[in-house]
Design a protein around this ligand. Structure first.
Ligand code: SAH
Length: 516
């Protein structure tokens, strides 16, 4: 690359998929992790944004209450300016960037200014929403082609004219109408006037692929009344044609145990991926509001002690999944050879931390029957003779020092080894607005620090608005105490202090509600 070119970043026009955050492509996800800036729209799943590494700048250009989205010319300028400053930019767009996404306009603007760009396709909502409704776009028995079209009025000069009357005459295919809520009546009239059978099956899909997806089944002659009665709102699309009938047989999404439940997750996003996905697969709508994030913060002098440790009896104590991850990363940097870990016995506070170890191929020698730091220290001293042993206590900056104190009291030599620190996450005004508009039914706290972060992000009044109607689910008694210190009432507490037990609790709660 020439030196000049080094100073220009690349703009990646990336499709985020239709709404379910798991439907972003692998390439898109890699670019999101590697880029400098993400410029994103209204319909982008929150989870993709909150999971970005801390260093990635986020610029929202979608609609906000009382404000329009950033006009296209300003947006183009923004992309060019960022790339001109040497930033690699992900321009994240709903669905696919080249399907009703104005991606080509942005690409042209960049091309004219010699700014490098790439296009990363996404799953367009027309295909995805249909699939999540059990509707194939084509089927060799009933539909041999599929047409994506806009229901927007051509008069607004945003789109060229759709040949409705001509499409009405075409048989044996599927029409997928985007942006069609407002003009539904006019467009249906044109199809009917053009000769399409009033009995043609139609399905309206609102918020396709999201946990809140709704579908409306009708015929062409009924769809306007039914969509109006159901108050179908954007983002919605309509699938017209015999293929829509498959919904009756192939609907696979409805009736999940946590359907209609909005669950707020305050856990750090980098550890919450599985929890988000588990909740979603049970049908819950996930409100991803991490209140804390973590960052590597190695204690160099403690590491140099660990590096040269000579003791015969050695223990490593882990009390969080983060501790495991950051410790192993730093071990590789400082010590290098994982085989040297064979000199250590390993204690883990609970099953979550033990499975984190397991993922890297390490088995914990000891896990206490109750997952708290106090019990860990107590039971470890009961089960093992650790007098004279050297214990490396792996920790974050906020961990308590019970382990250190208790183990020292029985004659162990303890090396506190900080490997990470905790940062507060401040919610944006847009994120808060969304929360007030659709407050959670359940709020999950997996640690005291996430409860502190929740309280720090909201004023008393705002806290009331968010939590007044919500059931608060805590991972265990220590976290519950901290939650209650903020004036919030804990209604559910996991018997075993881990996330699977919290999900069990949630399932029982939702069952008891539906039985009542
Ligand atoms: N580029 C996007 C489309 C943007 S136009 C894509 O490829 O999907 C916006 C329109 O897309 C909305 O008016 C609606 O018709 C449709 N749409 C986007 N997301 C949707 C969703 N989750 N469910 C149903 N329709 C959706």
């Amino acid at each position: 690359m020439s030196p000049e070119k080094d100073n220009i970043g690349t703009v990646y026009l990336v499709g985020a998929g239709p709404g379910d955050p798991d439907l972003v492509t692998v390439k898109g996800q890699r670019l999101l992790r590697e880029c400098d800036v993400v410029v994103y729209d209204h319909l982008i799943p929150d989870e993709l944004i909150v999971a970005l590494p801390e260093r990635v700048r986020r610029i929202y250009v979608g609609k906000q209450a009382g404000h329009h989205s950033l006009p296209q010319d300003k947006l183009n300028e923004l992309l060019a300016r960022l790339a001109g400053d040497g930033k690699d930019v992900v321009r994240l767009k709903g669905g696919d960037p080249f399907v009703f996404g104005r991606g080509a306009e942005e690409a042209q603007y960049l091309k004219d200014r010699n700014i490098p760009f790439e296009v990363v396709p996404g799953i367009t909502s027309g295909m995805a929403a249909a699939a999540y409704a059990g509707v194939p776009c084509t089927d060799r028995r009933v539909s041999s082609y599929v047409t994506f079209l806009t229901g927007h009025k051509a008069v607004e000069k945003k789109y060229t004219t759709v040949p409705w009357e001509w499409l009405a005459k075409a048989q044996n295919g599927t029409l997928i109408i985007y942006m069609g809520v407002k003009e539904l009546k006019n467009n249906v009239t044109r199809l009917l006037d053009g000769g399409m059978s009033p009995d043609t099956p139609v399905i309206g899909i609102e918020r396709g692929t999201m946990s809140t997806q709704r579908t409306i089944n009708a015929t062409l002659s009924q769809i306007v009344t039914k969509a109006t009665e159901a108050n179908l709102k954007p983002p919605s699309l309509f699938v017209v044609g015999e293929a829509a009938k498959f919904h009756e047989q192939l609907d696979w999404l409805s009736g999940r145990p946590l359907s209609n439940m909005r669950v707020m997750v305050t856990r750090p996003a980098d550890q919450a991926g599985t929890l988000y996905a588990d909740l979603r697969s049970l049908g819950a709508e996930v409100l991803a509001y991490p209140t804390i994030a973590t960052e590597a913060s190695p204690d160099r002098s403690a590491w140099s002690r660990v590096k040269d440790l000579k003791a015969d009896e050695r223990w490593l104590v882990f009390t969080s999944e983060n501790g495991v991850r950051y410790f192993l990363e730093q071990w590789q940097e400082v010590v290098g050879d994982f085989r040297k870990l064979g000199d250590y016995k390993i204690a883990s506070v609970g099953t979550g931390t033990a499975s984190a170890l397991d993922r890297y191929g390490f088995k914990a020698d000891f896990v206490p029957s109750v997952a708290t730091t106090a019990e860990l220290a107590e039971q470890l001293t009961e089960c093992f003779d650790i007098q004279g042993a050297t214990v490396v206590r792996v920790r974050g900056d906020l961990a308590d020092d019970r382990v250190e104190k208790r183990l020292k009291s029985v004659g162990a030599s303890v090396v506190p080894l900080q490997v990470y620190k905790t940062l507060k996450v401040a919610w944006t005004a847009v994120a808060k607005e969304k929360l007030f508009k659709h407050p959670p039914h359940v709020i999950m706290f997996t640690s005291g620090s996430s409860a502190d972060g929740f309280a720090a992000n909201l004023s008393d009044d705002e806290r009331e608005r968010v939590a007044a109607e919500a059931v608060i689910l805590s991972i265990g008694p220590i976290t519950s105490k901290i939650i209650e210190s903020h004036g919030l009432k804990v209604s559910l507490e996991a018997g075993k202090h881990n996330i699977p037990a919290m999900i069990e609790e949630l399932l029982e709660y939702s069952q008891s509600k539906s039985v009542r």
